[in-house]
Design a protein around this ligand. Sequence first.
Ligand SMILES: *[C@@H]1O[C@H](CO)[C@@H](O)[C@H](O)[C@H]1NC(C)=O
Ligand SMILES: *[C@@H]1O[C@H](CO)[C@@H](O)[C@H](O)[C@H]1NC(C)=O
Ligand SMILES: *[C@@H]1O[C@H](CO)[C@@H](O)[C@H](O)[C@H]1NC(C)=O
Ligand SMILES: *[C@@H]1O[C@H](CO)[C@@H](O)[C@H](O)[C@H]1NC(C)=O
Ligand SMILES: *[C@@H]1O[C@H](CO)[C@@H](O)[C@H](O)[C@H]1NC(C)=O
Ligand SMILES: *[C@@H]1O[C@H](CO)[C@@H](O)[C@H](O)[C@H]1NC(C)=O
Ligand SMILES: *[C@@H]1O[C@H](CO)[C@@H](O)[C@H](O)[C@H]1NC(C)=O
Ligand SMILES: *[C@@H]1O[C@H](CO)[C@@H](O)[C@H](O)[C@H]1NC(C)=O
Ligand SMILES: *[C@@H]1O[C@H](CO)[C@@H](O)[C@H](O)[C@H]1NC(C)=O
Length: 454
Amino acid sequence: MGFFNLSSISGSISSFTILLLVLGFCCSFSSTEAYDSLDPTGNITIKWDIMQWTPDGYVAVVTMYNFQQYRHIQAPGWKLGWTWAKKEVIWSMVGAQTTEQGDCSRYKGNIPHCCKKDPTVVDLLPGTPYNMQIANCCKGGVINSWVQDPPNALSSFQVSVGAAGTSNKTVKVPKNFTLKAPGPGYTCGIAKVVKSSQFLSSDGRRVTQALMTWNVTCTYSQFLSQKTPTCCVSLSSFYNDTIVPCPTCTCGCQNNNTQPGSCVEGDSPYLASAISSGGKNNYAPLVQCTTHMCPIRVHWHVKLNYKEYWRVKVTITNFNYRMNYTQWNLVAQHPNFDNLTQIFSFNYKPLTPYQAINDTAMLWGVKFYNDLLMQAGPLGNVQSELLFRKDQATFTFDKGWAFPRRVYFNGDNCVMPPPDAYPWLPNASPQQAVVLTLPIMAFVASLAFLLIYV
Ligand SMILES: *[C@@H]1O[C@H](CO)[C@@H](O)[C@H](O)[C@H]1NC(C)=O
Ligand SMILES: *[C@@H]1O[C@H](CO)[C@@H](O)[C@H](O)[C@H]1NC(C)=O
Ligand SMILES: *[C@@H]1O[C@H](CO)[C@@H](O)[C@H](O)[C@H]1NC(C)=O
Ligand SMILES: *[C@@H]1O[C@H](CO)[C@@H](O)[C@H](O)[C@H]1NC(C)=O
Ligand SMILES: *[C@@H]1O[C@H](CO)[C@@H](O)[C@H](O)[C@H]1NC(C)=O
Ligand SMILES: *[C@@H]1O[C@H](CO)[C@@H](O)[C@H](O)[C@H]1NC(C)=O
Ligand SMILES: *[C@@H]1O[C@H](CO)[C@@H](O)[C@H](O)[C@H]1NC(C)=O
Ligand SMILES: *[C@@H]1O[C@H](CO)[C@@H](O)[C@H](O)[C@H]1NC(C)=O
Ligand SMILES: *[C@@H]1O[C@H](CO)[C@@H](O)[C@H](O)[C@H]1NC(C)=O
């Protein structure tokens, strides 16, 4: 960032604004292309293995692998769609079902499971009878992230296709794969045929071979997923009494005139009825009224200073009355993560997409202890403390250095406060405080988000 020196342009507000706009555009472009610099190869790969040719088609096992480090699919789960290339039908499925049967009137007697040209498939629920299951199915469409739980980072079903080709010369690959989780966000590429593929059976004792395999890769973009941010960051420190709140209206604004009921007060007598009014399957957030209106707030408190160490307390608060976040995760970027010495009550794994740089941590809950972030209310938070060893060459409390550069919750970017609002050291003058250099990137990224969606 040698070209970006805020102090030299602080006198010229307009050029500063223009620079931010230019940076905003550059950043928004890379984001719409679904590129996530903290997980550059993150994708969901859908592998379609033809196991057997039948008189009028084939039987295939379809497996979705979540190769994303920190993004998972939680309830109500995935929905997979595609468009058939010819007049294929689905005779039957194991471990999943289509949401609609479609028009099967041209069939007499033996009626297919689905005759739609563009079927949509959903997973079956846990507790499905064994004879309707295959390995890795029936989890209600939930797929964990690759780092948190690799054995559960996949989902499979079996499909018998009729009116299809019956050899690798006549079969046609379906088109226009769509993956919903369950909302938008993923973009899928074109299915590519892989010559043949061997794989281990689920018990690892038998190598089987597919007669034909095709792969489709789907990637995520937060900008396709939501119109507004879903998460914000607030900051505080032991050296300054000010608590820097999430930016006002980060995820929406309280507007009692045009949108009454866009949020509820925590002590409202109508709370219970407001929560249930949406019905059991309403996943639209119902947030507690706050100035930021975000479902999730991450608070980073610089708590203590020792001679060789310093300590941070991280608190994640859920303001959404309609969501228990299962298998939640947090990704935070700070230059001191290469010397993280101790972490309490969260799991930790360093993310090092660029081998040399070890500044990013993935944190998630301990199983059966705090892996469930409860709906808004007194239990709706989880917290941890991080102990860092000071590297005397770089360590400072000055210029906002002790605060994170970037924070993600469940893979979505959390909006940071503007850098000039960060808590100052008591002896720092405002002029010095404005010369924050490190948090600028985080701020620009947040601003790019706001520019596009406010
Ligand atoms: C998908 O992820 C896997 C595992 O990280 C990687 O090997 C593969 O190259 C990725 N595919 C694409 C198209 O990015
Ligand atoms: C696939 O999607 C594209 C763009 O959405 C559309 O133009 C095309 O007609 C679709 N193809 C089929 C076979 O549905
Ligand atoms: C089709 O099958 C034949 C024989 O089974 C095999 O030699 C050929 O490589 C296959 N082609 C493709 C595209 O998989
Ligand atoms: C297809 O995807 C599977 C699962 O990720 C992978 O093992 C296989 O190598 C992929 N094949 C190709 C040609 O990308
Ligand atoms: C909306 O109403 C709540 C309580 O009814 C009140 O506390 C809040 O200040 C109001 N907000 C605005 C922007 O009027
Ligand atoms: C969250 O979990 C608690 C306890 O399991 C349950 O009582 C509550 O209804 C759940 N809330 C939602 C929104 O699913
Ligand atoms: C990154 O830093 C952590 C914490 O100090 C350490 O445990 C881990 O081994 C480091 N990883 C790499 C790849 O350097
Ligand atoms: C911090 O971590 C880096 C890289 O792992 C290492 O070179 C350095 O010695 C560590 N500093 C301290 C004070 O432990
Ligand atoms: C604490 O930081 C705030 C900026 O967030 C600043 O306005 C305030 O003067 C600082 N307090 C002290 C005692 O330096």
